[in-house]
Design a protein around this ligand. Structure first.
Ligand SMILES: O=C(O)CCC(=O)C(=O)O
Ligand SMILES: [Fe+2]
Length: 201
């Protein structure tokens, strides 16, 4: 499958529409809902508990407990299919997925960079979108007023270089208009997973 870059908001971040077909989108959504996989645990920010502004779950090659997260589950068949499709389209490799469920337009992800230290050096993060379109904003730490914002449609993939995390942060802002649920599956290659496996041998 050949995909063309529709949009590159900044160097190191590319948006590709229509990578995942409707049938796989439907199967992934159903699988995630059936698995009742998402948790709404509180999150800790500088030692203070806040209700999670979205629901999260995680999947990986082996059950992994990361600080502040419920343990991951092993891949469902649909998520493994999605992982393999995105890996082959972009010639990447993934061993972990963090899934987010935005129940409506009030759910959001605040400004943050992904924790580069957990990921394999030089790897990339792929964000796959399902359900209602939502916006992704990206801004540099240097010029925070110049945010780039674009809409992620169902079946689209955003590919982010790990290096971008050092210079930029991203967010999924709230929507003012009524908004249906949206899920994102963020595919990652964590180096700590291999180390974790080695420790438990
Ligand atoms: O839901 C999204 O599109 C982005 C989520 C995100 O930034 C993350 O999980 O780190
Ligand atoms: Fe993120």
């Amino acid at each position: 499958m050949i995909v063309s870059t529709a949009f590159e908001p900044i160097n190191g971040v590319s948006y590709y529409p229509a990578v995942v077909d409707d049938s796989l989108c439907e199967r992934v959504k159903t699988a995630l809902m059936d698995a009742n996989a998402h948790s709404g645990a509180d999150i800790l920010i500088e030692g203070v508990r806040h209700p999670a502004p979205r629901l999260v779950s995680s999947f990986s090659d082996t059950v992994l407990g990361l600080e502040g997260m419920e343990s991951s589950r092993t891949w469902t068949p649909e998520l493994a299919e999605l992982r393999d499709l995105v890996a082959s389209v972009f010639s990447l490799n993934f061993n972990y997925a963090l899934a987010n469920l935005y129940r409506n337009g009030d759910d959001y992800t605040g400004w943050h960079s992904d924790k580069a230290a957990l990921h394999l050096d030089g790897s990339k993060i792929a964000i796959v979108s399902f359900g209602a379109p939502r916006r992704l904003s990206i801004r540099s730490y240097e010029y925070p007023k110049d945010a780039q914002t674009f809409t992620m449609e169902e079946g689209s993939v955003v590919v982010m270089d790990l290096g971008v995390q050092a210079t930029h942060e991203h967010s999924v802002p709230k929507e003012e208009n009524p908004t249906d649920p949206r899920m994102s599956i963020t595919l990652r290659k964590l180096h700590i997973l291999d180390e974790y496996l080695r420790q438990s041998e």
